[in-house]
Ligand binder design. Structure first.
Ligand code: NAP
Ligand code: MG
Length: 401
């Protein structure tokens, strides 16, 4: 069979530990035999980030802006332990943070739903995609532990020296104080990324804040979303037959629990932090969660939501067998290949991505899976496969379609 041709390269960001091992297996078994794979390769493995003083991460983000689509392997975010383990020159920042900042992007996380791995919430039939605003609020706060009685004020000094001043509280005794902020620019980027992604995936978009209590701060989020929707997206949404729905955050939480799924839930930073962990664990497994970073200008970076699966990697290094789930990493590749195919008008590439995804799902639904899924599946007669044999089983399923 002739291999599928590509016209534009994907930006390929290699990573660390067990996911780096899976990365190569996926390429060798599931991609290279079928596609004339064109990638611009960036090694974001920690050793190479250290060698290049992290320039490789910046270069890979720039390449993503240039080509429009990237696929990324999980990477180590260094901490004190990693400093010694890898003998690092510096405690390099999280690559995901660097790439997100360079692309000004929003992260959308979607569970991969298969029969036999049922969500804890019975009525969730379709995936719920969570979009988290990844800038500001409590994550960029300034805090004071108030030692005793005194007056707390909120003061803004404009460039021309004029000030706006509000009393926060007249403390009678000790307490706590916190200052948070956001910018219209960042909220606008977030809103656009959400509206674009809803159109792209033909799903309704939900957004919620606490604007009844926070009449300026949260209300500003609501207003920016509404204004952008009305001026730039209303017609497109109506044409696509999808809806933008705003409600209060507590109402949204209640409705999500009763919904069937199949929509995008946009959340402020803290709500997204908390709710993405709830939604992903309710859907079953972190290893079945995909993630895509979308910039307001329409640049896409696909990856698995989980980390480098360090514990499995150490077993692998000792020569022990591992049963690590490669599904989310496979879907990162298929997501990127499908998007590349759509952008380049390359239907063979889109069909390949669809086919590889169904082969992956069918493999699990036929009872062949990795250990993490075997522990939670409702299927009987399960065969637990090791990391490599699971990928080979998907290959056999792909060839049989
Ligand atoms: P992790 O890699 O997500 O793994 C945590 C645990 O979850 C694993 O030990 C394993 O449980 C289970 N698990 C996760 N993915 C799995 C998979 N594909 N198949 C089977 N089991 C899976 O998180 P971590 O161990 O806390 O972090 C390791 C490294 O990843 C850290 O250096 C961190 O900085 C990095 N990280 C990177 C990203 C990213 O690049 N996007 C995200 C998060 C973390 P059992 O051990 O019980 O089998
Ligand atoms: Mg969290």
């Amino acid at each position: 069979m002739e291999k599928i041709k590509m016209t534009t390269p994907l930006v390929e960001m290699d990573g660390d530990e067990m996911t780096r091992i899976l990365w190569k297996m996926i390429k060798d078994e599931l991609l290279l035999p079928y596609i004339d794979l064109k990638t611009e390769y960036y090694d974001l493995g920690l050793a190479h980030r250290d060698e290049t003083l992290d320039q490789v991460t910046i270069d890979s983000a720039e390449a993503t802006k240039k080509y429009g689509v990237a696929v990324k392997c999980a990477t180590i975010t260094p901490n004190a332990d990693r400093m010694t383990e890898y003998n690092l020159k510096e405690m390099w920042k999280s690559p995901n943070g660097t790439i997100r900042a360079a692309l000004d992007g929003t992260v959308f996380r979607t569970p991969i739903v298969v029969k036999g791995i049922e969500p804890c919430v019975r009525n969730w039939e379709k995936p719920i995609t969570l979009a988290r605003h990844a800038y500001g609020d409590v994550y960029k706060n300034t805090e004071i532990k108030v030692p005793g009685a005194g007056k707390a004020e909120l003061v803004f000094t404009a460039e021309d020296g004029t000030t706006i001043r509000e009393t926060i509280h007249d403390f009678k005794g000790s307490g706590i104080l916190q200052g948070i902020h956001n910018t219209d620019e960042s909220i606008t980027s977030f809103a656009k990324a959400c509206f674009n992604y809803a159109l792209d995936t033909k799903q309704d978009l939900w957004f919620a804040t606490k604007d009844t209590i926070s009449k300026k701060y949260d209300h500003n989020f609501k207003d920016i979303f509404q204004e952008i929707y009305d001026t730039e997206y209303k017609d497109k949404f109506e044409a696509a037959g999808i809806e933008y729905f705003y409600t209060l955050i507590d109402d949204a939480v209640a409705r999500v629990m009763k919904a069937k799924g199949g929509f995008i839930w946009a959340c402020k930073n803290y709500d997204g932090d908390v709710m993405s962990d709830m939604v992903s664990s309710a859907f079953g497994s972190l290893a079945m969660m995909t993630s895509v970073l979308v910039s307001p200008s329409g640049v896409y970076e696909y990856e698995a939501a989980h980390g480098t699966v360090q514990r499995h990697y150490y077993k692998h290094l000792k020569g022990e067998e591992t049963s690590t789930n490669s599904v989310a990493t496979i879907f990162a590749w298929t997501g990127a290949l499908r998007k590349r195919g759509e952008l380049d008008n390359n239907p063979e590439l889109v069909t390949f991505a669809d086919k590889l995804e169904s082969a992956t799902i069918r493999t699990i639904e036929s009872g062949k899976m990795t250990k993490d899924l075997a522990l939670i599946t409702s299927l009987q007669n399960v065969t637990v496969l090791n990391s490599e044999n699971f990928i080979k089983a998907i290959k056999a399923e792909y060839e049989a379609i």
